[in-house]
Write a protein that binds this ligand. Sequence first.
Ligand code: G6P
Length: 607
Amino acid sequence: MCGIIGFTGNVDAKDILIDGLTSLEYRGYDSAGISYFTKNGIQTVKTVGKVSILKDKVNSEHSADATKCGIGHTRWATHGGVNKTNAHPHRFGRVTLVHNGIIENYTELKEEFAKEGKTPVSDTDSEIAAMVIDSCYKTNPISAIKKAVKKLVGAYALCIMFDEHPGKIYAIRKGSPLVATSTKNGSVIASDMVAIIKYSKDYFVLPEHHIATITAKSIKINDLDSNEVEPDMLHVNWDMTAAQKDGYEYFMLKEIHEQPQALTNTILPRIKDGLVDFSADNVPDSLFDGINAITIAACGTAMHAGLIGKSLLEKYVRIPVTVEIASEFRYKDPIVDEKTLVIIVSQSGETADTREAINIAHKKGAKTLAIVNVKGSSIARESDYVLYTHAGPEIAVASTKAYIVQMAVMYLLTFKLAVLKNTLPTNNVRKLVSTLLTIPDYVDNILSSDKVIEKISKRLVNAESLFFIGRGLDYSLSMEGSLKLKEISYIHSEAYAAGELKHGTISLITDNVPVIAIATQKDVFSKTLANIEEVRTRGAFVIMVTTSDAAVNVSLCDHILSLPEIDDAFTPFGAAVMLQFLAYYTSYAKGLNVDQPRNLAKSVTVE
Ligand code: G6P
């Protein structure tokens, strides 16, 4: 949520800033701006809309400006509407900054400034942060930042430039992420690695409540007591091509196609002698000793992966599992104790509500296990244990490959626990594990169904509303399919447990209302078929996702999407891909920006 970049070095900074913002655009695309030192002081260029508009403006109106140091921002609006004045960077007095997060006490601070006759020009909380820092600043930026953060309540990642300190960027963060690295051409800081990977695969996460002094040659980190701190260096094992479209029109399509590899990377290293082994992740078997309940806390798509986990764990491990929307969990005094394992699922590892769930769990004495994609992210660092998903960077706002590998980890965990808790004979677990190992190929196979789905999705383009139905695992899939479709195609969509339709929702089913029915589970197949009959009788246009061996009366549906035969427990991997394609092609056929749906952001670092 909001992308930040800062660069200072011995080469032109403007291109690096624009380039960085282009990579970070998925974090917000309401407006964009850069500020940089020139020989005549700090120059700022801002525009409403995409980074490409900013780029054109910089190239046409500011191409002659020479600079080697600057900051940039791409905004997801929280406080203050989408307009140029509210775009970052913000400047007050001798301070220019970019901000990601929310300054919660900005109204009170604004009132205090009003008494001193100081008025901001924008409606943003971020400008108030600039005012606070400016009011604390005499000549020393570090002491100004130290004083200022005592007054700021909320979350922030700030990159700050001071008029009298050309060539230097100062940064501090609380809550919102910042990563940085130094290279031979200069130092770079950003909201995440996709903006940095071009320059280095090695980086560090700026520790919270620490101030970074960034110069062309080095980055110095000090805690708030002025002690110098050596940051922990991290390394990513993906490269620039992972953060580029690589010939695909949209990142989402590329990421759908990357799923077989992501699955291999996530599953294979954790299989030893035919069983699941987490020792390389430093997750000891003892973590699961004495655990009598599991709570999974997450948001959005990650929460839907949790629902798949619930079905699997309850079926194979016979342990009660509660799946909580993290923003609900954090305010409800949840029933969690030292015998509960709290599993936190997050692609970014920075989602504010999900992150807070860790705190709540720890306060209640529970152990936490995070399933996270971004190395070194806040959730990864704050949880007791981490199982990384190895999806590589996910750029499209709509999550695909991150979801499928979160699911894969749910299967791994289930099979691990089934052995530890002795709820399944080891031979049966071995069989399940060997099927899991075939999943990358299984998914690869399904990728070729995209042309058929592209055709079918044309039929959805004009729908006003549509429904996803399923039972059990298929119901969890329905929820994800529905979310995916509505977030990128802007068509109203709801997911229903197939058997629940007749308790109200069926009144919305009339002629040609699309119903996507997922029926892959043999034990409830005939029941779901009956539900399909019910909607069909009322005129629904039915697309059915089922398995190739299922006996379906073709007159029951308008289209059948068949998954290759596989043990029922694993059909979610195939159905997920089909539903991703359905969402993608519907959005695409509507001519929408698939990767950057309106109003959304990838990494939600505010409550
Ligand atoms: C946002 C994204 C979703 C994502 C959710 C949770 O809403 O648009 O795609 O599922 O946040 O994000 P996380 O990074 O915690 O998985």
